[in-house]
Write a protein that binds this ligand. Sequence first.
Ligand code: ATP
Length: 453
Amino acid sequence: MIILETRSLKYTYPDGTAAVQDLNIEIKKGKKVAFVGQNGSGKSTLFLLLNGTLKPAEGEVLFHGVPIKYDSKSLREIRKSIGIVFQNSDDQIFAPTVYQDVAFGPANLGYSKERVDACVQQALEQVGLSRLKDKPPHHLSGGQKKRVAIAGIMAMEPEVIILDEPLSNLDPVGADEIMDLLNELNHFGSTIIISTHDVDLAYRWSDYVYLMSNSKLIGQGTPVEVFREQELLKKASLRQPTTLEIYHEIERRGLAYGKNSPKTIPELVNTLKPLDLMWVDVPPRVREGDNLNIGVMYGEYATQSPYEAINATVLHIHPDGRAIVELKRKGIKAGGVLLYDTDSYSLPEVNQILKDGEIVFIGAMGKKSKTLAEHDGIRLDVTSGVIDKSILMALCGKRCLILTAGGMVDHALKRIREYVEKSGIEFTVGVVNREEGCKWLEEADDSPETLKI
Ligand SMILES: Nc1ncnc2c1ncn2[C@@H]1O[C@H](COP(=O)(O)OP(=O)(O)OP(=O)(O)O)[C@@H](O)[C@H]1O
């Protein structure tokens, strides 16, 4: 379903600058969309047109198929449904305290005092600023101001959230946290639109990409479609995403396995061609054609964990008892990722899982889970890029625990499952504290004989 649409949209600033020309876009509900283009290509102007802040010179903007009207009542309705976080937070923040600033939107919508309070508390908690609620916003750092601006929009619970360069001014961990938050909002149904110069972010994060150059749209499609067009990227003064660049180098050297366009580091790792053939010692009862799971020894792990084995087929057995086996990536039984839903959190339970589950790597996603871990002295190995790092750890045979809550549990589960499906590399995935309690999903199936080499 199309939620936001423009038809032949055109805008010219009073000084004659044609900032947006003949722009036609269709944004589907519930999608994550990125507008990418060099400085001055018209992204911010377009965003201001999308929620009625600017009125087009020609063409129209449609929300749910209905053209936007520009009388003050209609505009108030539109701005409630389409929230914008500006590039420069100082353009957005003006109240004497952080709390009042975030409360401004919901109070203006006529919400009761209790509802305003609940919206503000929740938004501040999600962006990790509850403890600064009484501070004057102009005493905050650039990144903190950005979070206040985001909280102010989130508190109004808009259907569409537009963020102009959402990560400018944020440190890398803060940036990952904001992207986690946007993923969570998207998981619960919000359509998220961002502008960015960061091709790596647009490639990895978005469902759909629009490329802008000189006030016009010059390309659109899925990230894979858009970012493989070198000429188009050059025209927009952009470069290829790093993951794709590395992949093409691997491919050029004949080291790539299968044809794909990896988006994340685990996917990139998975494209490396495996060793195909190997000599191993086999016990007398093994026959040619048998399938074996061969335990792989890497360092300390090999002596401790029973989990990793590469599926192999015995091709030939030499009279001295050694055999040539063909290794297959499918069926690697690596480590596992356990997701702990901190909505029903108990420290003794977490400690028990850490002990019984042989967990060697712990991550947390979302402010709430990080704060809980910090408060209870749970050692966190990773707090940003948690899903990808856990997948990489699981691939090395480690068992990981991710503390997270709400929609991020499902988001993480989906990402990990997608990886398992796409790569054919199995590892166990589990969720604790959902209705079924603690459960390792997709637990190891009947494994053939396991050998150590
Ligand atoms: N208030 C204004 N008056 C006149 N021209 C403007 C105004 N604001 C922006 N422009 C011009 O409109 C064009 C599009 O600017 P816009 O800010 O929309 O681009 P952008 O893609 O968001 O750029 P950036 O990536 O640098 O934020 C530019 O040529 C810019 O100089």
